[in-house]
Design a protein around this ligand. Structure first.
Ligand SMILES: Cc1cc2nc3c(=O)[nH]c(=O)nc-3n(C[C@H](O)[C@H](O)[C@H](O)COP(=O)(O)O)c2cc1C
Length: 440
């Protein structure tokens, strides 16, 4: 049985988009939901127009169309005439389960005149690959085919992912068209740099499908997510404190939880800065990543990012101590004697933000003993709004984790043992709830 509690700024519960993942997220038979955002999956139930223009990169969009469909989005693919030279309708039809659209003269008139209906009902329009030609025509306001007409008729946010030969991309005309579209509020992605279809390397490649999906999620989140117009800073990973040029004092943090939280905050509509210690993870798309190595670097980056921030999620495993002196030359083994390292205390990052009262601060406590008591102590000492307590011994190297949320008002919620992505979803949902209650 799923009970729902609303926590959005508006007070009604909107159950338009129940999503399958919710069945995994319930705890104690109760799931707290954000009104209008029942689904953490921002793609669920969203109507997305995928405009595919005539570039050799069009084949990549088949995977994007498939992934969006698997995430419960309704994906309508529009192929330009040139795109049909590169990819076939049958591919997209099979992957999306919906008819592929190519001709504005052959659309059903379902209450609204067909050629504008798609644009009117869309939640987001993504043109990928966007050719130089299509960018030029949109910039000029030309609407002589279904894609350009849809773009002109829509109020939905529009994303363009240019893909073309590097010289075509750098051409003054293309750059001017891109600038014009940016000025009109279009989100235009930078092409990736790499090997092109023709034997040359340059800037002009279409970003990979997972990057495009992340950008579409951000677009949808900024339109309707519970943290839209908010600035969220997330720290992740462990810091490294140099001993000498090749050795450091570190910890076992993988950074996974912080990266998941950053991606989810993006889906919720926030502008996200992810301040990350070294990890083996791929940064989430549409998130600003600020790489750091030491705790002092992380402190400086966090203080700078928090000047304008609304929420700080301090998930990084920050080293409490660092070697007093980082040596410039590698330490050599000499004789039989061991090595004594002198450690000094690192700055307390959350402690330094104690007086930043506007900032909604969330800490993490990974403890080996007296978990709840230690976490409560940290919450009070550092003036946090919420702390996520995590049994360090039970979590290390495990795919599943069990965390307990403790709020400043004393409410304690133990979440079940679950995957890191489920736990991150529940944690971010609770943060959004508490933040929006406070902001009301
Ligand atoms: C093999 C081939 C590959 C092409 N690749 C691209 C490309 O990657 N990007 C681009 O802007 N144009 C590319 N073009 C040119 C466009 O297909 C052409 O400008 C076309 O008119 C675009 O029409 P559309 O914008 O309506 O899809 C390519 C043309 C050919 C023949």
């Amino acid at each position: 049985m799923l009970q729902c509690r609303s926590y959005d700024r508006c007070s009604t519960i909107d159950v338009r988009y129940p999503a399958t993942w919710m069945h995994d997220l319930q705890y104690n038979d109760t799931i707290t939901t954000v009104s209008g955002y029942l689904s953490m999956n921002i793609l669920s139930g969203k109507h997305i127009i995928l405009g595919v223009a005539g570039s050799i990169a069009a084949y990549k969009i088949a995977e994007l169309a498939r992934n969006l469909t698997l995430e419960d989005a309704l994906v309508d693919v529009i192929l330009t005439k040139a795109a049909e030279h590169f990819v076939g309708q049958a591919t997209f039809q099979a992957l999306t389960g919906r008819p592929v659209l190519t001709d504005m003269w052959a659309l059903p008139e379902d209450g609204v005149v067909g050629h504008v209906a798609l644009g009117i009902h869309a939640d987001a329009v993504a043109i990928a690959p966007a050719t130089a030609n299509t960018l030029a025509r949109i910039a000029a306001g030309i609407c002589d085919d279904l894609l350009t007409t849809t773009v002109l008729a829509t109020q939905a946010p529009i994303l363009c992912a240019p893909a073309m030969n590097p010289q075509m991309y750098a051409a003054a005309a293309t750059q001017k068209n891109i600038a014009t579209l940016r000025q009109r509020g279009f989100t235009i992605l930078e092409p990736a740099v790499g090997r092109m279809a023709e034997p040359m390397v340059g800037k002009g490649r279409l970003p990979e499908p997972d990057v495009l999906e992340g950008e579409i999620r951000a677009l949808l989140g900024r339109r309707s997510g519970p943290l839209r117009e908010r600035q969220v800073v997330v720290t992740a990973g462990g810091t490294r404190e140099p001993i000498d040029p090749v050795r450091y004092v570190g910890n076992r943090s993988s950074g996974q939880m912080g990266y998941l939280l950053a991606a989810l905050a993006r889906d919720y509509g926030a502008r996200v800065k992810l301040i990350s210690g070294p990890t083996a993870l791929t940064p989430p798309p549409a998130v600003t990543v600020i790489p750091v190595e030491t705790t002092i670097q992380m402190r400086d980056a966090v203080l700078a990012a928090c000047v304008d921030a609304d929420i700080l999620i301090m998930n990084a495993a920050v080293a409490d101590f660092r070697p007093a002196h980082a040596l410039v030359s590698k330490i050599k083994k000499s004789g039989e004697s061991g090595l004594i390292l002198e450690l000094v205390q690192n700055p307390d990052i959350l402690g330094e933000l104690k007086e930043h009262h506007k900032l909604f601060k969330v800490g993490f406590a990974a403890e080996t003993d007296d978990l709840i008591a230690n976490a409560k102590g940290k919450l009070a000492r550092k003036n946090l709004q919420m702390i996520v307590a995590n049994d360090a011994v039970a979590s290390i190297g495990q795919p599943d984790i069990q965390v307990t949320l403790i709020n400043a008002d004393g409410e304690i919620t133990a979440l079940p043992r679950q995957s890191k992505s489920q736990a991150a979803a529940a944690v971010l949902m609770a943060i959004a709830q508490r933040f929006n209650e406070r902001a009301c």
